[in-house]
Design a protein around this ligand. Sequence first.
Ligand code: AMP
Length: 409
Amino acid sequence: MASVGSVTRQIAALEISAKQNGATKPSRPIQKTQSQTSVSKLLTKFAAPHPFPDAKPKSTVKAVPPRPANPTARAPAQKTLAPTQTLSKPDRELDIGKYDGGFEIENEKRGEVVRGEAAQDLALDSSVSRTRPTREWHLTDFDIGRPLGKGKFGRVYMVRTKVEPNYILALKCLYKSEIVQSRVEKQIRREIEIQQNLRHPNVLRLYGYFHDEKRIFLMLEFAGKGELYKQLTKYGSFSERRSAVYIDQMADALSYLHSKHVIHRDIKPENLLLAINGELKIGDFGWSVHAPSNRRTTLCGTLDYLPPEMVEGREHNEKVDYWALGVLTYEFIVGSPPFEEMSGYNATYKRIAKVDLRIPPKVSAEARDLIVNLLQYDPEKRLPLSDVRRHPWIVRHRAKTPSPPGGQS
Ligand code: AMP
């Protein structure tokens, strides 16, 4: 079974072969053209090949240009190129909002310099993590805009690269000393290692990362419509059409992850973001592991989304994500997860272990069929992801949905 290293090598090999085919040609800003086809051609020419040519997002894509040479690197600097959504205006004209000085203000008050072995563990820098060095990044390489949110270990800001074509990103800051305090150095490393190698339209891209004495910065794909969880809270539940489109995208993304031997293990609305065109992005790999996971379960997710084999502490495999997809389908349509019990942890546990599933009458027969087939006690009996994508409920709504369902409830 492939290890993190071998997955990394496979993808690096793809990128290197793309570079040999011209991907690392001279630093030349890629001009956005009127023609979408030309943009796609440029992308093919300059970017690493998309592993899923059929699964590209409906939005257009564009590439980050090769960066100027990095004087500290061992070889000429090469930038891994990356697709993202095209924003309606050129990125350099897009308003990124007003910066509140949060990175500097917080850096004064928060976190400490980390030394010793932990410092080495957290010296995370994408310019030195591969066989061929890529661009070395610094905070000064970005114009910083509005705050996007606060996470456990630091803030996230909308930023734009100063270098052409002024690429828009979400820059996430993590305080090293707080990571060490929470004893999650390994988990953070794993999350970064996994996420940087994934390329799928419904998986949030991690383009690069860098660090200073106190902080690690992650250069993430900007998810313009924010958290899916907020939308779910705002509307209470989603229409079956919107739910089906999201579940289709989730099934596609999970199939991709599983093909890379990555089990997500923490699928829930809080970990999903929405891109500018409304497409769903899996955005948190904190609990992901490489398959097979023979280890016994440490309860690592919200109980509501965990399958019987995990709450019972048994061994598990990628089919935990099939179960979570069933829970997600239910929650999108109904507005709350199926085994939620206000009386507490034990009650939820019992309901999951018995698969005590009560589906309200408002749920259509087709959606009900999908939910029941995913929420099977026996992991082997759960509907495979390829069948989820062929399920009549998904197919019917996919056919009716010309574009991502960003704006509807
Ligand atoms: P996190 O630390 O990942 O929980 O992020 C904190 C908050 O920042 C999230 O709840 C989002 O609202 C926002 N955020 C994180 N990543 C992104 C992103 N890539 N694009 C847009 N907003 C983000």
